[in-house]
Design a protein around this ligand. Structure first.
Ligand code: NAI
Length: 385
């Protein structure tokens, strides 16, 4: 297969998430990094792009310049990753979709539900892929959990418990540091801080694994550091459209917790437990049985797990490889479209604009419910009611 062209907006030198995208996109040799507008400072972006190997005329100073420069090139990029700060995602993603590019947008996809619906409509009208980077859903054993639930290994799912609780904003003395403060300022962060930043990862993972979407929720949101306007901790009760009950805790003041994304699924016949910090082991507890350890890369797992496992059992695979699995899904989706064939169903699992939209509806529902003392609130976007 000829390599697909890949471009990136944001993810400049020193950014948090840029390197994981470059590792992920580059891992399988499916994409070639051809264009970028990597930094909000034009010269820094051009310079860094060239140091990463871009041709000088494709190391752009800003995203509009990149759109103009790429759209009429015969070798234009196939996929554009948007890894800029949240408030810019909508405008950039919409513009690239309308110009006929496939897009992988960082989460949260937009700042409002209306913008989310607009992105879904734009992607559908343009017949382009718009994916959202819920990258943790790329882990091999997360794919395996999904396959186990889908084939009924746990029976009917009763409960799902998801956490994304870390302690990196727990220092009250540092709360006014501008790098931290903006996240809890509604003018810059929107209606939610911690749930919009981390809670949506946990919610997406719960939905992805059990194959159900959240229908309504009740949230207890608090600012443990009192100077904050937006929440730094939330406990959310969920009801899914397939009947499952959900419990979700997200926090940025849980001192001692590092990343803190975990998932537990409980069905009629057994339970599963997985943690992002030890992603190569999955724990299965069959009803009336003993705890079993499922190792990434072992024989006899699902096709979805086999496809996303790269190195031999016993060697750790981590987050950039989970991102690589999202990129591999997207490469397969783009190649299938180009060839006019069906895509491999085991790859058809990348998170979509529809998931990004559902997340935004949940963010607004959490904010609303939190203000109303945990009142049960509709969590579906109007488009999907
Ligand atoms: P960051 O602040 O570390 O880096 C942002 C980068 O974007 C910088 O290089 C900056 O110069 C560049 N930039 C800003 N505005 C730009 C513009 N208009 N055009 C071009 N470049 C621009 O931010 P971080 O933490 O890397 O987050 C970026 C996005 O990724 C956010 O939306 C965040 O929510 C998301 N993220 C996702 C994660 C995941 O697991 N999926 C994890 C961490 C962040």
């Amino acid at each position: 297969m000829t390599k697909l062209g890949w471009g990136m907006i944001g993810g400049g030198e020193g950014s948090q998430i840029g390197p994981a995208h470059r590792l992920g996109a580059g891992l399988d040799g499916l994409f070639e990094f051809r264009a970028g507008a990597l930094d909000h400072r034009a010269e820094a972006g051009r310079d860094y792009g060239q140091r990463l190997g871009l041709d000088a005329d494709r190391a752009y100073g800003d995203w509009r310049e990149m759109l103009e420069g790429e759209k009429n090139r015969p070798d234009r990029v196939d996929l554009v990753t948007v890894a800029t700060p949240n408030a810019t995602h909508f405008e950039i993603t919409k513009a690239f979709l309308e110009a006929g590019f496939h897009v992988l947008c960082e989460k949260p996809m937009t700042m409002t539900v209306e913008e989310g619906e607009e992105i879904v409509r734009t992607a559908r009208a343009a017949d382009r892929i718009c994916a959202v980077n819920y990258g943790y859903s790329g882990y091999s054993l997360v794919r395996h959990m999904r396959a186990m639930v889908a084939r009924g290994d746990l029976g009917k799912i009763r409960l799902v418990k998801a956490e994304f609780a870390h302690g990196h904003h727990a220092d009250a003395a540092d709360a006014d540091n501008p790098r931290v403060r903006w996240r809890y300022d509604p003018a810059q962060a929107g209606v939610s801080a911690q749930f919009a930043d981390c809670g949506i990862h946990a919610l997406h993972m719960a939905s992805f694994v059990i194959g159900q979407e959240v229908a309504r929720l009740s949230a207890d949101t608090v600012s443990c550091i009192e100077s904050r306007t937006l929440e730094d901790d939330a406990m959310v009760n969920l009801r899914f459209d397939g009947g499952a009950v959900g419990r979700l805790w997200t926090s940025s003041v849980a001192i001692g917790r590092q990343h803190g994304l975990t998932l537990q699924v409980f069905g009629e016949k057994g339970g599963l437990s997985w943690a992002q910090e030890q992603p190569n082991q999955l724990y299965l507890m069959p009803l009336g049985g003993r705890r079993e350890v499922i190792e990434r890369g072992e024989a006899g797992l699902s096709p979805e797990a086999d496809r996303t496992s790269r190195v031999t059992i016993g060697h750790a695979e981590g987050m950039p490889l989970a991102f690589a699995n999202i990129y591999a899904d997207l490469a397969e989706a783009i190649a299938a479209r180009k060839a006019g064939r069906e895509m491999d169903p085991a790859a058809d699992l990348y998170p979509r604009a529809e998931d990004g939209l559902r997340s935004m509806a949940a963010v607004f529902a959490v904010a609303e419910s939190g203000k109303r003392d945990g009142a049960w609130t509709e969590a579906r976007p109007p488009m999907f009611r």
